[in-house]
Write a protein that binds this ligand. Structure first.
Ligand SMILES: CC(C)(COP(=O)(O)OP(=O)(O)OC[C@H]1O[C@@H](n2cnc3c(N)ncnc32)[C@H](O)[C@@H]1OP(=O)(O)O)[C@@H](O)C(=O)NCCC(=O)NCCS
Length: 174
């Protein structure tokens, strides 16, 4: 199933209202967000600059990473994906090259599979060959998303969390 009218874009001002609605949904499901909507409303430009900076001039301990938003019909923000330009030790154990999320109201419509697929395309543009994607062992939806995108399970490792971390590779050769 390929959802219609959904495309990846760079974060930008014109999707501000819809993006903030999406952030409220993540908060309502108790997900930690880096910028609260009250702050975003006042300092959206600054938020966009911080995202840009993460690409070229990341904070200490972080690798450069590119953020994209999935935008659907009616210019609705659907979710986001981070593409990390290379792996550090931490990302090799947890996080990998690609991390994504879909706003709760838009789940189970195929957007998870789509955003992962489009994230892989962006990673390839950056010259990343073999792509590592990780997920919690009990995250059935994410396991399905990764497997639908050709992910091959390497192993399950203990990261001192409640559940093991699955490490999948999407290989350059397919
Ligand atoms: C993981 C996530 C991105 C999936 O998004 P989505 O839009 O629901 O994904 P899709 O609609 O493409 O569904 C993929 C598969 O998972 C299944 N699925 C989705 N949610 C599910 C759930 N809560 N329980 C069981 N299966 C689920 C779908 O039915 C589909 O299965 P199928 O391949 O048999 O048809 C979304 O749940 C999410 O954002 N979760 C929170 C953040 C997160 O876990 N990110 C991944 C970090 S590794």
């Amino acid at each position: 199933m390929t959802p219609p009218n959904a495309r990846l874009t760079r974060p930008q001002q014109r999707f501000k209202a819809s993006y903030i609605e999406g952030v409220w949904e993540f908060i309502r499901e108790n997900r930690t967000v880096s910028w609260h909507p009250a702050i975003l409303r006042r300092r959206f430009d600054e938020y966009l600059r911080v995202l840009q900076q993460a690409e070229t001039d990341p904070l200490a301990g972080m690798v450069p990473s590119s953020r994209f938003w999935l935008i659907g019909a009616g210019n609705r923000y659907l979710g986001d994906v981070d593409v990390r330009h290379h792996l550090n030790e931490a990302l090799q154990r947890y996080g990998g090259h690609i991390g994504y999320k879909i706003r709760p109201s838009q789940r189970r419509k195929g957007y998870g599979k789509l955003i992962c697929r489009l994230g892989i395309v962006e990673a390839r543009k950056l010259g990343i060959g073999d792509i590592l994607i990780t997920c919690d062992d009990d995250n059935i939806a994410s396991c399905k998303v990764i497997e639908a995108n050709g992910g091959r399970l390497q192993d399950k490792i203990d990261n001192d969390q409640a559940v093991l971390t699955r490490r999948y590779w999407v290989l350059a050769g397919g």
